[in-house]
Design a protein around this ligand. Structure first.
Ligand SMILES: CC(C)(COP(=O)(O)OP(=O)(O)OC[C@H]1O[C@@H](n2cnc3c(N)ncnc32)[C@H](O)[C@@H]1OP(=O)(O)O)[C@@H](O)C(=O)NCCC(=O)NCCS
Length: 175
């Protein structure tokens, strides 16, 4: 049998639900080695996080989790409380490359952040191998000194920051 549904391959992004945990866990395990592995899927349903999945053919093919800014009354205890929103994980199934799944997830995260109240910055840390990738998505490296002066928090190594702008403003930002 061949697939006659022309839309079946279409990928869309939706909020992750409890029943997606198993699939998201499989993605995290498939793409992160033991050193970097964390049970990111446990963020699903956890307050203060934004969890999105990419769906294709009714299957979860990608997952992203983001720590949202804490309430103003919250007393920050460390860098991950201050440098928020913070994208903790973005990944897709290894066999599904070349379909913009990672990019779609990151763009949806930024869109949702804008809708939630125009957060100016979104942060992430990434391995050397992914620097070019995130730079193409509009993230810029900021070193520890700049993090300290602009966000008043000490970090051992730098991290990446993107301004969440509307799409029409994005092209100006990237030039
Ligand atoms: C990083 C990741 C999410 C990218 O997702 P993706 O769906 O493959 O990427 P996209 O389709 O959005 O982007 C594709 C483009 O980015 C490029 N790209 C993909 N991975 C890249 C990498 N590691 N370094 C540089 N460029 C990369 C592709 O070559 C492609 O470029 P092209 O459009 O010129 O052909 C995916 O590779 C992944 O799951 N990696 C493992 C998990 C991981 O390390 N996550 C980050 C840590 S939390």
């Amino acid at each position: 049998m061949f697939n006659i549904d022309p839309y079946a391959k279409r990928i869309y992004i939706r909020d992750a639900q409890d029943h997606d945990k198993y699939s998201c866990s499989n993605i995290v395990r498939a793409v992160l080695n033991d050193k970097h592995w964390q049970p990111y899927e446990n963020n699903i349903g956890y307050g203060g996080t934004l969890n999105l999945v990419a769906i294709q053919n009714e299957q979860v093919v990608g997952f992203a989790t983001t720590l949202l800014p804490p309430l103003p009354s919250f007393k920050p205890r460390g860098m991950y409380d201050v440098l928020r929103p913070y994208i903790g994980f973005v990944g897709r199934l290894p066999q599904d490359k070349g379909q913009s799944i990672g990019m779609s997830l990151v763009e949806e995260v930024c869109q949702r952040l804008l809708e939630k109240g125009a957060h100016r910055n979104v942060f992430l840390e990434c391995e050397n191998g992914l620097k070019t990738y995130y730079e193409r998505l509009g993230f810029r490296y900021i070193g520890p000194e700049k993090v300290a002066s602009e966000h008043n928090v000490q970090v051992a190594r730098g991290l990446y920051r993107r301004q969440c702008l509307r799409h029409d403003a994005m092209s100006d930002f990237l030039t």
